[in-house]
Write a protein that binds this ligand. Structure first.
Ligand code: FES
Length: 145
């Protein structure tokens, strides 16, 4: 059964639709915000899980480093007894770095090199440093903090 149309309702009807649309959008955004976050409390999964033992300090050569491919972490020992950890994902285009030699962490994809001391770029094409991670060393076990 069609509703009778009041005359001259064009403008007011359009206004009503616009208002309904805006409030509907607001409700939708509120719903998304409410359910989108909250999560499942899942931390520690995925690459570089914190607290997961990476290896032994004996695995890390002085003046060099070792790549932990699964954890996507490279651990270096720039000076005796001083250990650093960086992401092993190159900041240029996302390859995993391939090796540590000559005082740098080296990416084989396009030749970028990063300092084993602070992850800074030593050779282009990368322009951003490798992100550094906190390490926790217990005895000779290296973990991400
Ligand atoms: S992805 Fe490492 S140099 Fe391009």
């Amino acid at each position: 059964m069609p509703l009778p149309r009041p005359s001259g309702s064009g403008a007011s009807r359009r206004t009503f639709v616009a208002a309904a649309g805006a409030s509907g959008l607001a409700a939708l955004l509120a719903a998304c915000g409410g359910s989108g976050s909250g999560g499942k409390g899942s931390s520690g999964s995925g690459a570089g899980g914190h607290g997961t033992p990476l290896g032994s300090t004996a695995d890390i050569p002085e003046g060099g480093g070792k790549i932990f491919t699964d954890a996507k972490v490279v651990v270096t020992q720039p000076a005796k007894g001083e250990f650093k950890a960086f992401t092993s994902v190159c900041t240029h285009a996302g390859c995993q770095v391939a090796g540590v030699s000559g005082g740098t962490i080296n990416c084989a994809c396009h030749g970028s090199k990063f300092s084993i001391e602070d992850g800074s770029v030593k050779h282009a094409p990368a322009t951003s440093p490798l992100e550094e991670f906190e390490l926790k060393i217990t005895g000779d076990t290296i973990k991400l903090a």
